[in-house]
Design a protein around this ligand. Sequence first.
Ligand code: SUG
Length: 445
Amino acid sequence: MPAREFNFDGLVGPSHNYAGLSFGNVASFNNVKSVSNPKQAALQGLAKMRALAARGFAQAVLPPHGRPNFALLRRIGFGGSDADVIAAAFRDAPAILASAYSAAPMWSANAATVSPSADSADGHVHFTVANLNSKLHRSYEQEQTARTLRAIFADPGYFTVHDALPATPAFGDEGAANHTRLASEHGAPGVEMFVYGRVEFQPDAPAPKRFPARQTLEASQAVARLHGLSPQRTVFIAQDPAVVDLGVFHNDVIAVGNGNVLLYHAQAFFDEPATLAALQFAMGSIGQPFMPIRVARTEVAIDDAISSYLFNSQLLTRPDGRMALVVPLECRDNVAVARYLDGLVKSGGPIAELLSFDLHQSMRNGGGPACLRLRVALTAAEAGAMHQGVIMTEALYAQLVVWVERHYRDALAPADLADPQLALEVNSALEALAKILHLPGLYAF
Ligand code: SUG
């Protein structure tokens, strides 16, 4: 069955801020307490969606979540009116108030793991919502994510949305950020590659020492089971813990795949030869070639890879069958990375084009182009069965720009989270958004 890959970008929410909540994510830590610009963040994300849609890529949008999470704040002992809750949380636990206000759902690669119908035993498109349980501010995204995915992919004849795995360290699951699908075409059976940083029940397995590993092998295996994936076409790969300790908190910070191509840094995997052999074998078993593109340390040092987010790029198959690499502007500013990318495009390989975008607001929290999107490969029938109001068009883009201009602030400092007006602004913004997207039951207001 022919299929297209839809990229569902997370729309940045009105409370986008820099709270330093993600220990192990170097950018998040370095920019803690700086002033954010939610309006610019949302417009930067929308500009990327619009440009990719205009080039013929299938593009859709995932809405932001309601904020702040009053249920979380009340559950941990802040009471009274909403304004009382905010005031007391700001006074006694500002990091927790920031967690309740986080706009992190914008990084929709972490929303879920997705397997297309060509890979699943029952022919459904399967989604497992990620529990994101290694960070407080992300651990409660799962409720709205499940609601959103079930609203968009509501047809039970085509789609299955699984609840998040149990929220316990054994099942730390960060969704598609640690998952790559290799297949000659989006509609063909493919190989699903799960990358983990830790094994709960094998304490001597490689694990980072300084920063947390967010994804466990046990979680990846559970997702593969839930999706009914064929063991022959499913590969579990250990990340190199040494690079987790340098700031590679998700595999999509160090590798990106699409079609038959895997673009990866030499330090991405714990056992590089075994990783390549396993992928080669699995691809061979379905008669498909595998094309790894290895970036050596001498070409791009690991620090440059992390700071530029070279690998947090989107590798997309263009309508003409060749590939485009979507990178953040930071890759053009880094001399070694820019040189490498120019050579890559000129090499005559599968990657024919480079597209760069200014995603500075998101990048300052450790979120590049690949973090901002969830890939969903859909046949024409599946695409027709999903909710159509989230598909990016010129008309939707124009409506969303007007909506952002009306509802978003252009500066948000840490102290602004104490302003009870902000909660009201977010609420009215999201009420208006649900109407624009034609999803009346989207939020549980
Ligand atoms: O989970 N940053 C996100 C970035 C997620 C990137 N996603 C992928 N690599 N796919 C995170 O660390 C920072 C929030 C703050 O510090 O305010 C944050 O959550």
